[in-house]
Design a binder for this molecule. Structure first.
Ligand SMILES: C[S@@+](CC[C@H](N)C(=O)[O-])C[C@H]1O[C@@H](n2cnc3c(N)ncnc32)[C@H](O)[C@@H]1O
Length: 254
């Protein structure tokens, strides 16, 4: 999910028609790139116990909750999200599973204690330092945080690569920039890896299919603009994928 400044806080900027934006970003399996294998990898590295407790901070419609649930078959998964219709979608997905709890709340106020705080494409809404500072006290003694985060893969990105993130909160850096932020917040990186093209396809393919469906049904001007923006985002990503994308970091307090 790419949003204008203010993100899930949904500012009142005239630049973004939020109703139209969320008409496109509705009924989608996920709102950013990621695969179940990424969750499994982070779970192995952070050695989450089967009976452990994990949190999906900024869970969106709950695209990662099933994979997180597999990490803790005897434990508990909390999804935390501020956007009401994502909360509703995630809740529906796990209705009948008492081990999954969806909470409409700000992820900066997590209580825990969690064995793993997973956050796919949401940390940049708070900023790395602020998120890690907020979550330190919400972990068990051996707990870890795994988060995917925008990254420039080159020190000399093209204008198109920089423009891809233009509307996002915060500034986008390289892996070194993010590692420096993590270290200066007093955390260590256990491992990091780049999200694959497949991880982006599972986000963009359903979004483009939804654009086609909305268009076929007859979209208002505002929704047509949101569709155009969504299509532009997916097309732009293909152009800049070699220069920028997401890195997934697994980190623990030092
Ligand atoms: C790019 S989307 C990713 C959603 C989901 N993790 C996924 O991969 O499908 C970022 C999500 O973070 C949520 N978010 C942003 N700031 C938040 C906050 N302070 N507390 C809770 N959720 C937040 C947004 O509403 C949005 O659903």
């Amino acid at each position: 999910m790419k949003v204008d400044q203010g993100g899930a806080g949904c500012d009142t900027s005239p630049r973004m028609d939020w109703d139209a934006f969320f008409t496109v970003h509705r009924d989608l399996p996920r709102e950013g790139p990621g695969l179940a294998d990424d969750v499994a990898w982070a779970g192995r590295l952070s050695a989450v116990p089967r009976h452990g407790k994990v949190c999906d901070a900024g869970c969106g419609p709950g695209g990662d909750l099933a994979a997180l649930r597999q990490l803790v078959p005897e434990g508990q998964v909390d999804g935390v999200e501020t956007v009401a219709h994502f909360v509703e979608a995630a809740t529906k997905r796990f209705a009948g599973d008492p081990s999954v709890r969806i909470i409409e709340a700000d992820m900066k106020n997590l209580i825990g204690p969690y064995d793993l705080i997973w956050s796919a494409g949401a940390v940049y809404f708070l900023g790395v330092t602020r998120a890690l500072n907020a979550w330190r006290g919400a972990l068990t003694g051996t707990g870890a945080v795994a988060f995917s985060h925008p990254c420039l893969f080159t020190d000399s990105p093209s204008e198109a690569a920089l423009a891809f993130w233009e509307a996002e909160p915060g500034s986008i850096g390289t892996e070194s920039t993010t590692r420096a932020e993590i270290a200066s917040a007093g955390w260590q990186v256990l491992a990091a890896r780049q999200l694959t093209d497949d991880a982006w396809s599972v986000y963009y393919d359903p979004m483009l299919a939804r654009c086609d469906k909305l268009e076929a049904a007859g979209a208002s001007d505002a929704v047509a603009s949101a569709i155009a923006a969504a299509r532009m985002e997916a097309a732009s990503w293909r152009i800049v994928a070699g220069e920028t994308g997401y890195m997934l970091y697994v980190v623990r307090p030092c």
